[in-house]
Design a protein around this ligand. Structure first.
Ligand code: ATP
Ligand code: MG
Length: 176
């Protein structure tokens, strides 16, 4: 039966996933295993074709969805979320776009603060191998022609090849 209790095991994790990398997946696997259902929020959904945000929300959605299917994780949903640029309203914006949840996984102090003030339970999500499992590092490697593929799930590399993502990133970054 749907009641407040019904949603108590439902959690949220937010990233920009530019692109989805192995560090994100470590956290997603852990959170999905601990939760009845995990909402994966795609932050800064309105941005694409920028150096820090090369991929569209749809492309990022596809990356996450394909990897979750490949890993046979079924208890998740994906929600693209545009930036609001008003911190005091951010948690309410997320709430309005997502199915009900009670817990937020984050290691970002601002995210923890904002969702804590809005009444959500906050859980720590550890960082894995952060020196290389980082969107910034993956994008830098793509631009410089370094071997980025080992830092992302296989399906993500396939999708980036399919959309010609490395050429896009190099062009919009002016080759720098
Ligand atoms: P960027 O460098 O583009 O900001 P990012 O690697 O920081 O990328 P985001 O897409 O910004 O990743 O997502 C941020 C969230 O993803 C973090 O709050 C954290 O929960 C999770 N995350 C990112 N990298 C890791 C990692 N190496 N291990 C665990 N979680 C990670
Ligand atoms: Mg980040």
């Amino acid at each position: 039966m749907v009641s407040e209790h019904y949603f108590s095991g439902h959690s949220l994790m937010i990233g920009r996933f530019q692109p989805l990398h192995n560090g994100h997946m470590e956290v997603i696997r852990k959170c999905a295993a601990e939760s009845e259902s995990l909402i994966i929020g795609i932050g800064s959904a309105q941005y694409s074709h920028e150096c820090d945000n090369p991929f569209t929300a749809g492309e990022r959605y596809l990356m996450i969805d394909e990897v979750m299917k490949a890993e046979k994780i079924a208890n998740y949903c994906i929600v693209p979320i545009e930036d609001l640029k008003r911190h005091s309203l951010w948690a309410w914006q997320v709430k309005s776009l997502c199915p009900p949840f009670t817990t937020v996984y984050s290691n970002n102090p601002l995210t923890r603060r904002l969702f804590g003030e809005a009444g959500y339970k906050i859980k720590e999500s550890p960082l894995y191998n952060r020196e290389v499992y980082s969107g910034t590092v993956v994008r830098k490697m793509m631009i410089e022609g370094d071997s980025w593929r080992s830092l992302v799930p296989g399906k993500v590399a396939e999708i980036i090849d399919y959309i010609d993502g490395v050429s896009r990133l190099r062009e919009i970054s002016g080759g720098e």
